[in-house]
Design a protein around this ligand. Structure first.
Ligand code: ASP
Ligand code: MG
Length: 452
């Protein structure tokens, strides 16, 4: 039997009209479980609320909280809910108490913040459940809507702010808390993206944009037949349309290509989304809830065409860290020592190149020369930090087995200085680093050469 998991992002939850449209799509698609984001902008507003509370500015806290309440009350009213709808009032009260607590304790630690952030998705899901009831009734579908707390299934570790899911536990809970309680022919489950619970019982979040990942984890745990990610763009494009107006939407793309794309900077899917889908071979559809009739993109294991170049991605704000030491010459263990330092700082390395006495790695985001990471690396080597690069990635198939490709790439961008190149590790990716000022230009030229 087919089982569809659908996810709606913040813009698809933007107001009552958006929610009703999204709910209508869920009815049409016969979604069993629907995982929703907070309404658009809400997570950012909750973060400011937490930060303001920590500073102790109570007037400002009251103002920010009032804005959040008013915004959700408007949607509630437009969906026909009474202003004193108990589940909403409870959530608003919880928000005010947490903000108050943060203010008194002057504490906006990741752990405290995660509880506050959980309110975004918990509130939007109450509203969406109402939209869902309306649309099921309109379509004369006799199914009961269950508002389900995602934290009862999404088990995580306690790395607050970017908690890691516990896959086996999630599968067990999906079975016992959802599948065995709510048969698909009688129920529709509305739940939250982004949030989970640590084994010690605390609320956690999966990292910004994590609702896609949540939906994929639910799909995996429920053995879904399809995962649908509904957003505000009609699928995955060959490159960011804001950078290159020739960008086109892709009909289908393989799991491997899609994960390279997400990791290397395309913003459509949260980078971890593809993993659970890949483990269970669940096809993923990406489409626009504003224009559901448009084809969208399918991400799946087997694709009918595997072009040499599928897409281009740009990841800005990259740092190049170069470590050199003559000690590296003909000895062993050097890479082990320095990678251990990155590991101890929980910093992930994206691209690497090495020579006999030096190694360069790229890191997402800015690194300060005075940081502890740099101090620790200096025990083993001379360290050079260069901020402000952009990583350009070409994503496709058989990239490391195609004669003449490097020549074509670098001819297309011959007037741009390339600082570091990574080729060979993957059939699906070729990436290189350029000055921030040249990133977009490189993408435009390569798109013309290989895709347009
Ligand atoms: N609401 C969360 C965020 O804004 C998660 C999501 O939208 O995917 O990051
Ligand atoms: Mg999002």
């Amino acid at each position: 039997m087919s089982l569809v998991v659908s996810k709606f992002g913040g813009t698809s939850m933007g107001n009552a009209e958006c929610m009703l449209r999204s709910a209508e799509i869920s009815v049409q698609q016969k979604s069993f479980l629907i995982c929703v984001s907070a309404t658009s902008g809400t997570t950012n507003q909750l973060i400011s609320l937490g930060q303001t509370a920590e500073k102790g500015d109570s007037n400002q806290v009251q103002m920010l909280a009032a804005e959040l309440i008013a915004k959700h009350q408007t949607i509630a009213k437009d969906l026909g809910l009474p202003q004193d709808h108990a589940p909403l009032i409870q959530l608003f009260e919880e928000m005010l108490s947490i903000a108050k607590g943060m203010q008194l304790l002057k504490d906006c630690s990741p752990r405290a913040l995660d509880i506050l952030l959980s309110l975004g998705e918990r509130t939007s899901s109450v509203l969406f459940a109402q939209a869902m009831k309306t649309q099921l009734a309109k379509a004369n579908v006799k199914k009961e809507v269950v508002l389900f707390d995602a934290r009862d299934v999404i088990a995580t570790d306690d790395q607050f702010g970017s908690a890691r899911p516990q896959i086996a536990k999630i599968a067990e809970l999906a079975q016992s808390q959802i599948l065995s309680k709510y048969p698909q022919d009688k129920y529709v489950i509305v739940t939250q993206g982004y949030i989970g619970r640590s084994l010690s019982g605390n609320s956690t979040t999966l990292g910004r944009g994590g609702s896609d990942y949540s939906a994929a984890l639910f799909a995996e745990g429920l053995n879904a037949s399809t995962l649908e990610i509904w957003t505000d763009v009609t699928g995955i494009a060959t490159t960011d349309p804001r950078i290159c107006k020739e960008a086109k939407f892709i009909d289908e793309i393989s799991f491997k290509e899609a994960s390279e794309m997400a990791i290397f900077g395309a913003k459509v899917l949260h980078p971890a989304t593809v993993e659970p889908a890949m483990r269970k071979n669940i096809p993923v559809f990406v489409g626009s809830s504003f224009d559901p009739a448009k084809k969208g993109t399918w991400v799946k294991k087997e694709v009918t065409q595997a072009p040499l170049m599928r897409a281009l991605a740009l990841r800005k704000n990259q740092t190049l860290v170069t470590l050199s030491t003559p000690e590296m010459l003909q000895t062993h263990g050097f890479l082990f020592k320095i990678f251990k330092v990155f590991n101890d700082h929980k910093i992930s390395i994206d691209a690497i190149t090495t020579s006999e006495i030096s190694v360069s790695v790229t890191i997402d985001g800015e690194i300060k020369s005075q940081s502890q990471l740099v101090q620790d690396l200096k025990q083993f080597a001379d360290v050079q930090i260069e901020n402000g690069y952009s990583l350009v990635s070409l994503i496709g198939n058989n990239i490391n087995h195609t004669a003449g490709l490097a020549k074509k790439i670098f001819t297309a961008i011959e007037d741009i200085n390339v600082r570091m190149i990574c080729l060979g590790a993957s059939k699906h990716n070729f990436c290189f680093l350029v000055d921030a000022a040249n990133g977009e230009k490189a993408i435009q030229k390569l798109h013309t050469e290989f895709i347009h």
